[in-house]
Design a protein around this ligand. Structure first.
Ligand code: SF4
Ligand code: SF4
Length: 444
């Protein structure tokens, strides 16, 4: 018999175990929660539903109860855990330092990816057969580009509403993917560091211009940039959806590739990837061969903004006349605690004005594949975000994470707002380019 959790209120009544205990859910992080509830108002799903079972504290109770065999890990348990965005805003709010992300990941490992049996099977196939094999990703994206440019897109208009909405989330696939001109690209000027760059899975295919901009900005700041051929996808989506076996293999591949490159830092320009890579040491804990290597690797990982702010920008930056607002990606602000550095870099760009939005660190509803698996909640959060952006009057929003960029572009399109969406590296690159153009004009 499954204990009802849909109308559960705290304190959860202690009942005797009546099902099997689940060792995978008996994790030490649960014991750190003192049930104070300070995280509740920071949780996007609780703010919308006002249900304890959709709050961090409620979910922690559910995981503990399931681990002890007091409730089943069936469909209703999975629903509550899967409505979580894994945004980790609760970690920022928590005075006891509860690492909720680890609790959620342990739960996802037990319940598997969200959705119907079919969508779970599709997700599993993608996590195990697509993301670890970037050649297949390229083929798929080329097919997608063909679909988008052929008359086939008109067919989407007759699809059921849910499929039409999913189709609308697809970004246009660019004609060219990012292919580095060499594995090692020299620093411009005096060499200040040798860094590795995560090329990623989606970034080189959908956001190749941002990877190219990141390389240019790093080189202009005296970095020799290594883009090891042996690297692959970081495995973040796998980790977040309970596919840890594939994620571990992907982590090992990256660790081997970057440690062999002998770099001072591993630079990541996608917040979700960076948060996962900084926690490879946790993912590979207990692995006899990789425990130490993973710790060494995780210590090298830096978000591009974090690294450049620490290094200090060099060279002249030209004007980028624009008013922007900044969206803190959850996995940068909450996952990596990187908040000041992107703002510091934006402030260094002449002509650019930053206007802060309300609750810039509240999730935009992207959250990996969440906007596909939970479209209603995702859109509610997106509409709220677009309202906050609109109130600033800024002409553009900066969001250094591909998932947020896609979601915000979709939001701007839905709201017919005309708000442009940029990655921070794109704006820095524009500033360096503007300075070069000015110098060229002065010489002429
Ligand atoms: S997770 Fe932290 S903030 Fe939330 S109830 Fe537990 S101790 Fe309090
Ligand atoms: S990760 Fe985000 S959505 Fe999930 S419980 Fe924490 S605050 Fe709520």
């Amino acid at each position: 018999m499954e204990t009802s959790v849909s109308s559960m209120h705290l304190p959860l009544q202690r009942t005797e175990p009546h099902g099997p205990v689940v060792p995978g859910l008996q994790i030490p992080e649960l014991d750190q929660c003192v049930h104070c509830g300070l995280c509740l108002t920071q949780c996007p799903t609780y703010r919308v539903t006002r249900l304890e079972t959709e709050s961090p504290r409620g979910r922690i109770h559910l995981v503990r109860a399931a681990g002890e065999g007091r409730i089943s890990t069936g469909e209703r348990f999975a629903e509550h855990l899967n409505l979580c965005l894994m945004c980790r805003a609760c970690e920022t709010a928590c005075p006891s330092g509860v690492k909720y992300g680890r609790i959620a990941e342990a739960a996802r490992e037990v319940i598997g990816p969200p959705g119907s049996a079919l969508s779970r099977a599709v997700a599993r196939l993608a996590f195990t057969q697509l993301f670890p094999r970037l050649g297949r990703m390229r083929v798929l994206l080329r097919l997608l580009r063909f679909y988008q440019r052929s008359g086939l897109r008109a067919v989407a208009r007759v699809l059921p509403r849910r499929l039409r909405e999913m189709e609308a989330l697809l970004p246009p696939v660019p004609a060219r993917f990012f292919t580095p001109e060499a594995e090692v690209l020299p620093a411009i000027g005096t060499r200040r560091a040798r860094v590795g760059l995560l090329n990623g899975c989606i970034m080189p295919l959908l956001f190749g211009d941002i990877n190219a901009a990141t390389v240019r900005v790093l080189r202009r700041n005296g970095c020799e940039v290594v883009i090891p051929k042996g690297q692959g996808c970081c495995g973040a989506l796998n980790v977040h959806n309970g596919e840890t076996t594939a994620a571990k293999a992907m982590a090992k591949r990256n660790i081997d590739a970057f440690l062999a490159a002998g770099v001072d830092a591993v630079i990541v320009n996608a917040a979700g990837c960076g948060a996962t890579m900084k926690e490879y040491d946790h993912l590979l804990r207990g692995d006899p061969e990789y425990t130490e290597k993973a710790a060494r690797f995780s210590a090298l990982c830096r978000d591009a903004s974090e690294f450049l702010a620490d290094l200090g920008l060099t060279g002249p930056l030209g004007p980028v006349d624009m008013t922007v607002t900044y969206q803190d990606p959850c996995h940068l602000a909450h996952g990596q605690k990187v908040r000041a550095q992107p703002r510091q870099l934006l402030a260094a760009i002449p002509g650019l004005t930053l206007i802060e939005m309300e609750a810039s660190d509240r999730c935009c509803g992207s959250a990996g594949i969440y906007n596909v698996t939970h479209p209603e909640m995702s859109r509610t959060l997106l509409d709220e975000k677009m309202t906050s952006i609109g109130r600033t009057g800024a002409e553009a929003v900066v969001a250094p994470n591909p998932g947020c960029m896609l979601q915000l572009r979709y939001g701007a399109q839905r709201a017919k707002a005309g708000t442009a969406v940029y990655h921070l590296m794109d704006l820095l690159d524009q500033a360096y380019q503007a300075a070069e153009d000015d110098a060229g004009r002065a010489r002429a």
